[in-house]
Design a protein around this ligand. Sequence first.
Ligand code: A2P
Length: 324
Amino acid sequence: MKKLVFSNGDAIPMCGLGTWKSEPGEVYQAVLWAIEAGYRHIDCAPLYLNEKEVGQALTKAFSDGLVKREEIFITSKLWNDRHRLSDVKDGLEQTLQDLQLAYLDLYLVHWPISVKLGIGIAKTREEFYSYEEVPLAETWQGMQQVQSAGLARHIGVSNFNIAKLEELFAVGGQGPEMNQVELHPYLRQDKLVKHCHAKGMHMTAYSPLGSGDRPALFHKEQEPSLFEDPLVKELSEKYAVSPAQILIAFHINRNIAVVPKSVNRDRIAQNLQAAELQLEPADMDQLLSMPKQYRFIDGTFFTGPESPYGLDDLWEGTVGMEHV
Ligand code: A2P
């Protein structure tokens, strides 16, 4: 399995199992199938409401000798309600308890959005904190502290644009080592990828398959389908693989980690195999120049009329669909 290497020599396997939308009742088995198939990277978050079950699967895998703790890379994320300096460690400790782990390999600030303790998706103004109330720099100091305490080996962010990343680097000390964002041929984010790589950060692609199983809150009507894209289909025939495998290999060939979600045993195995698929440069060029650009996770669920945040706090430019 190809890996991305951090400055201290630790490495993250480039294909991991995504667990967003994997229901309790399914995710336990999915994680065990993934580990059996050879996955050594699992991507988690408390917002996915399944970390306890992921933890049960990890404990089972360790006790059965399927894998040792130090052989598997576990990522989780700080939810928006724990952005205050005094709350970051609590957020991580809850996740560690749920995952039944002593440390995480990677801890990410899930979104550059801050809400009051106990709130999931905020709706009213009083459920939000503003940047004046909880600056991102404060949250980042909390992240640095949990790293120094050994609770997270590496720290980073998710859904951060260039301006927000720069705010974190301006804090001094350890900067973000990873930015996990939505990426696929319909959302290449060339400028952001170039910036992160120039800064020595790694990137992880979420929703690499278009997250067709998203709940209604995150869904729009008449969305494009990556699986049905003519070029993706043509390449899947050329390489005799599935469209999903082309979409996964796309990131690996771009030096970006990727976390496809599946709870199906065959698809879990198939997705990992895609990490070995070498795409010809001419085919990558075609995938990297698709005129159609589309953001599936557009962030509007954070930027309603009562929110102090705008889409320009999330994405490059001032709108969510900037077609970067
Ligand atoms: P399932 O869990 O039943 O396999 P994303 O990773 O972009 O969030 O996409 C996840 C969606 O893609 C889920 O609906 C998942 O369904 C489906 N999926 C995962 N792997 C494959 C695959 N190899 N072929 C087709 N669909 C897949």
